[in-house]
Write a protein of this length. Sequence first.
Length: 256
Amino acid sequence: MIKKLFNLEGKTALVTGGSQGIGKAISLALAEYGANLVINYHSGNKLAKETCQEITELGVECHLLPCDLSSVDSATTIAKYLSENKIDIDILVLNASIQVRKPWDEVTPEEFEIQINTNLRASLFLIQELYPIMQEKGWGRILTIGSVQQIRPHQQMIAYASSKVAQMSIVNSLAPQFAPHGVTINNLAPGAILTARNDEVLKDEQYKKNVEAKIPVGFIGEPIDCAATALLLCSKAGRYITGQNIYADGGMGLNF
């Protein structure tokens, strides 16, 4: 009986930033359990095509949707694509984000704007566009991808960390409004994860050791470590979970 609750056959998921890293791992997990995928990406067309190929090999459909989420009209662009292609979204995973590493007093207005637009603005307006479809169906799953920086902000990522705190506030606000209509919304907050974004800094062995020392399980996670929790929250198995913030961080958020 439990296994059936994870079955996503007949559902369609949109994953922003779904062509690589955590987004790719979540996309593949959803596809493995039967969901069709719409993969939003901004750069890396080759990577996107490779991810799409892996998804279709699992026996489901995959659509590639290039769109820069830092653009103020990104949500309407995505909604237009879905409408024109007659694609109804059941599951929305808001994974795409931008990090700019630099001291707080060197952040430029342009760097602040691109992070807030991508990490926060796009989340709200994509929900505005896609929630009504879920409400009409009486079923939907929305998952925002946050960060352990919600409680342990990196000193050189002030705008990024702030955007993730604000995104969690969206979840808290919308959960009780959506719940009566069969739609859940939750936040999955990864810790230190081995992705392309972190490759360069983790090449510094001392830096890597310093990071690992802050993680109770003692190692840096991989994208797949986030995928199983995402599957739970995006399936029928997660129907009684909403408005929650769940850390996939090896305990990093506990180590003050």
